[in-house]
Ligand binder design. Structure first.
Ligand SMILES: O=c1ccn([C@@H]2O[C@H](COP(=O)(O)O)[C@@H](O)[C@H]2O)c(=O)[nH]1
Length: 274
């Protein structure tokens, strides 16, 4: 099954636009696990188990595993998700971007080593840096477009003076992804919930692409405005929240508290559709 098929099925089955982000930070783990990087798998597996019927996707952020030399735990977690939440697609948040020969290795890492269903990529090295991922038919690739951080302005909001009509850089990325770069229908875009007007703009340029939208929860993005901007067409939206769910409680009830926060966020997103 393709990433898009999995996403549609999970969104329908779990009645959800919510992506649960897996950004395990041991210093924020509950008391019995706190500070122990060997508990990354246990912590994340508990979150997965408590939210598998609430999420339309999971998004492990690779840096939180690699920083602790915990890639083996990420491999175990990917297997755990495959076995215990097989209906929910996994987007590996890696934000890779490199020349084609190196991109081939990164694609192999994401799709063969970890078995991800989709990956996040930086588009700023051009199409040949994206192409190796598209060789994995059915897998998804989300290009950074208008990111949620304030520094996204530095480049993404600059005008491309050499291009007719002078679009902003993020608008140009959206056009490429909706058009010539999307050879097999595998591309999506990352757009921050902290900039709902830009989500609206991206949606008008890229009406059919799936949008991965981080920034609600800990970053304070407006969930309602996000849904209204992203759902102007039938293109799917995947709204990510990581820390607000993972660290809803610092106690032994962390998994139950994560579920509660995931349910609450899902309800807010659903209500915004009405
Ligand atoms: O523009 C972007 C792109 C990616 N991210 C990632 O999403 C999560 C957000 O975590 P929260 O705890 O919900 O703030 C994190 O993994 C980022 O690396 C993003 O925030 N913005």
């Amino acid at each position: 099954m393709t990433f898009l098929d999995m996403l549609r099925n999970a969104a329908t089955q779990n009645n959800s636009m919510l992506c649960v982000g897996l950004d395990p930070e041991p210093t924020r783990f509950p008391t019995g696990m706190r500070g122990d990087p060997h508990k990354i798998y246990d912590f994340c597996a508990a979150i997965v188990d408590s939210t598998a019927d609430v999420a339309c996707a999971f998004k492990p952020q690779i840096a939180y595993f690699a920083a602790h030399g915990a890639e083996d735990q990420l491999e175990r977690l990917m297997q755990h998700m495959r076995c215990n939440a097989p209906q929910v697609p996994v987007i590996l948040d890696a934000k890779r971007g490199d020349i084609g020969s190196t991109a081939e290795q990164y694609a192999k890492e994401a799709f063969e080593r970890y078995g991800a269903d989709a990956v996040t990529l930086s588009p700023f090295m051009g199409f040949d840096s994206i192409e190796p991922y598209l060789a994995y038919h059915g897998k998804g690739a989300f290009l950074l477009c208008r990111t949620s951080n304030p520094g996204g302005d530095d480049l993404q909001n600059q005008r491309l003076a050499s291009i007719e009509g002078q679009p902003l850089l993020y608008e140009h990325v959206a056009r490429l992804a909706q058009g010539p770069w999307n050879r097999n229908g595998q591309l999506g875009l990352v757009v921050g919930a902290t900039y709902p007007q830009e989500i609206e703009r991206v949606r008008s340029i890229a009406p059919t692409l799936p949008l991965l939208i981080p920034g609600v929860g800990a970053q304070g993005g407006d969930a309602v405005a996000t849904v209204r901007a992203g759902r102007r067409t039938n293109g799917p939206i995947i709204v990510n929240s990581s820390r607000a769910i993972l660290y809803a409680s610092g106690g032994d009830d962390f998994a139950a508290a994560a579920r509660h926060e995931a349910l609450r966020t899902r309800a807010v997103l659903q209500a915004a559709c009405g």
